[in-house]
Structure formats: structure tokens, C-alpha cells
Design a protein around this ligand. Structure first.
Ligand code: AQP
Length: 356
């Protein structure tokens, strides 16, 4: 438990094909948290270039993610919305964290192993050190809570490890400069500079799976367009993708236990639950015994009803780049004001000269 005021931070990569998993696993939660917290939402463009991005498409995708944030209900007049590369403190703090994190920690990251594939020698150094930049994104704002999908859980644990090691390595200096705040680490009360951030993960859409394979997560980079519902898909495309979604021949069960070993059925029921703000048990209460021929069109209608208006608003916002760019410039200025202070403190703690 930390006494640092609660603050939410999260980010989305502008790598195209923004999908229903990104929306339900992350963006929808960002919107809800605005009511109770100070929030900072970032388009993480520095992360995007860990794999090749065409420059013109990258610009388009940065604007598209920003438009998705705003169209989903994030209010940039009350919370901070910006793109990562405009606040260079992220990259500077990441360097310090590269020197705190251990090679062994990063080598265990499953996302790196999956994205690098068999030919690790050809992966960028940035892809390997991705989690230290993510720790920096979060800790630049000394954020206490991070809403993410389940795939990011391991990176959040690494962020805590980095914060804890930094606090520990520099504990005397943090005390000397009177920059520590009391926090609980296990059974111990300690003083540290960086909070041990809590992930916010959960609900029926914490891990939305591919529509073509219920054992693989829905992903922007899946070569099959049929594997995901893209936020800007039109009603016909959404209906077609759900119709073609892989399923088994059985009817839906009436109880949750009946979804065991039926990953595709489990995924579609979870999607219905998340889109209708209920849980899987309630969905099965309504559709238990129904065939997929009945359930899939109902799910498609619900998805169109929930994401159609967001997609329309995204298109409208994308027609006016100047408005989106102004939101990002304004948000970056606000973010920079917080980031400067954290970086100056960090430099002072580490022992650099001329930090302030
Ligand atoms: N399938 C998913 N279910 C639930 N949440 C998901 N997220 C991603 N996929 C799912 C969450 O969306 C947020 C933004 O993700 P990201 O853009 O930072 O990148 P990612 O996690 O690598 O997502 P993708 O879409 O699967 O991209 P690729 O194909 O590049 O790997 C995060 O909170 C993430 O957890």
C-alpha cells in the first residue's frame, strides 16, 4: 500500500487493426476509471516501432488510436491524452531502468519470445527492452493503477520488480534527499520513490481470443483478418466474421462448467457478457440450449450496436487531423510537466549533476 495519490496510466500501441480485444480488455476500462481517478492515457508510438512501421501508416494509426480513445468516451479536457514520443522523459527514464533491470528478467518475458519467434537474432533490441520502456511509461507518472488485458500481466510484474529494485538500490539516497514515501512491500514497511503499481485486470474480456482459434489471443498482427473484429468494421463485416467464427457442433450449455474445454464457445459467451455488461452466467441463463446459429447473429447485433457508434465517431474525428493533433499536443504538455519532475528527482537520486 502506498501513500502516493492514486493515479491511473495505460497505453495502446498505434500498430493498426485496433480490435474488440483492445476495446473490451483495455479502452472500455479506461473510460470507466475516469469517474474515480486521475487518468493518463497514452498512444505508445515508441513501443510501436519495436517492429517495423511504415511512417505514413504510423501517423495514421497514432491518430486512429487517439480517435478511438475520444470516441469511446475518454474526456481529454478532464484527463491527459497524449502520444509517448512527444514526452522524451519516457525514453530517458527507460535508460535508467535498463540499468536497473536484469538480462535474466527480460529473457523470461513471454511476449518477447512470441513476437521474436524462432529467429531471435533478427529481433530489434527495442523489442527485447520493451518492458523497461513500459515500466518507464507507468513510473514516469508514479501511477498506482494500470488497466490492461491479461497478456500484459507479466510486464506489470516486471514494472513492480524494477520499482522495488530501484527503491532498494537507492534507499539511502532517497532518504537523504527526503524523496521517499511510505509503502508496504510484503510484510515490511519501507520508504521508496516509485510505487509498486497494481494491475487492473479482469472481467469476461480480460483475454479475448481469436475468432479462428479459441486458444490464441485476438491480436492486431494475426495474419487472418477473420480472426478479429476491427473497431472500424461495418455491420456486414462484423456479421460475416461472427458467422465464420470457429465453434463446435454442440448447443450452448446452461451452466459455466459446460464451457470447460470449449474455448471458442467460452470466448463468444465472454464477448457477449462484456458487450452487454453482464457475466457469462447471465448470458448462459439467457442462451443456454441455443445453437450457434441463433447465438452468433445475436452476438453480431450486439457488437454492431455497441461499437458501431464508436466507429462512426472515430471516422468523424479522423476527418479533422488538426483537432486530434491539438489534443495530443495539449496532453503532451500536461504530461511533460509531471514527467520533468519525476526525471529530475530520479537523476538526483542516481547522482547525476545538473538535474534541476
Ligand atoms: N485479445 C485481447 N484481449 C484483451 N485485451 C487485449 N489487449 C490486447 N489484446 C487483447 C489489451 O489491449 C491493450 C493495448 O494493447 P497493445 O496495443 O499495447 O498491444 P498488444 O497487447 O500487443 O495487443 P495486440 O492487439 O495483440 O497486438 P499485437 O498483435 O501487436 O501483439 C493492452 O492493455 C492489452 O493488454
Amino acid at each position: 500500500m502506498t501513500t502516493i495519490p492514486e493515479r491511473v496510466f495505460s497505453g495502446v500501441q498505434p500498430t493498426g487493426n485496433l480490435h474488440l480485444g483492445n476495446y473490451l480488455g483495455a479502452i472500455k476500462k479506461f473510460v470507466a476509471l475516469q469517474e474515480s481517478h486521475d487518468c493518463i492515457y497514452c498512444v505508445v508510438d515508441l513501443h510501436a516501432i519495436t517492429v517495423w512501421q511504415d511512417p505514413a501508416e504510423l501517423q495514421q494509426n497514432i491518430r486512429e488510436v487517439t480517435a478511438a480513445f475520444i470516441a469511446s468516451g475518454i474526456d481529454p479536457t478532464k484527463h491527459i491524452v497524449f502520444n509517448q514520443s512527444q514526452v522524451s522523459e519516457h525514453a530517458e527514464l527507460a535508460w535508467v531502468f535498463n540499468c536497473v533491470a536484469r538480462m535474466g528478467w527480460l529473457s523470461r518475458m513471454t511476449q518477447f519470445k512470441e513476437k521474436a519467434g524462432k529467429d531471435r537474432e533478427k529481433a530489434s533490441v527495442g523489442l527485447f527492452s520493451y518492458p523497461t520502456l513500459m515500466a518507464s511509461d507507468i513510473l514516469t507518472y508514479r501511477a498506482t493503477h494500470v488497466p490492461v488485458g491479461e497478456d500484459q500481466k507479466q510486464h506489470l510484474e516486471l514494472t513492480r520488480d524494477i520499482a522495488q529494485k530501484f527503491n532498494n538500490d537507492y534507499s539511502d539516497r532517497i532518504a537523504q534527499l527526503d524523496l521517499g514515501v511510505p509503502m508496504q512491500v510484503g510484510d515490511e514497511h519501507v520508504n521508496g520513490y516509485f510505487p509498486l503499481t497494481e494491475p487492473i485486470i479482469g472481467g469476461p474480456a480480460a483475454r479475448v481470443m481469436s475468432l479462428r482459434d479459441g486458444t490464441k489471443k485476438m491480436s492486431k498482427s494475426d495474419p487472418s483478418d477473420l480472426s478479429r473484429i476491427v473497431m472500424t468494421d461495418d455491420a456486414d463485416t462484423i456479421a460475416k466474421k461472427f458467422k465464420k467464427a470457429k465453434t463446435d457442433p454442440d448447443a450452448l450449455p446452461s451452466e459455466i462448467e459446460g464451457l470447460k474445454d470449449r474455448p471458442e464457445a467460452d470466448n463468444l459467451v465472454g464477448l457477449y457478457a462484456a458487450l452487454s455488461d453482464t457475466d457469462k452466467a447471465s448470458v448462459l441463463g439467457e442462451f443456454g440450449g441455443a445453437q450457434f446459429g441463433t447465438f452468433k447473429p445475436a452476438l453480431a447485433d450486439l457488437a454492431v450496436d455497441r461499437i458501431g457508434p464508436i466507429a462512426n465517431e472515430m471516422r468523424r474525428l479522423m476527418d479533422d487531423h488538426t483537432h486530434i493533433d491539438a489534443i495530443l499536443a495539449d496532453g503532451s504538455e500536461q504530461a511533460r510537466a509531471i514527467a520533468r519532475k519525476t526525471l529530475a528527482d530520479t537523476k538526483e537520486i542516481v547522482g547525476f549533476i545538473g538535474a534541476r
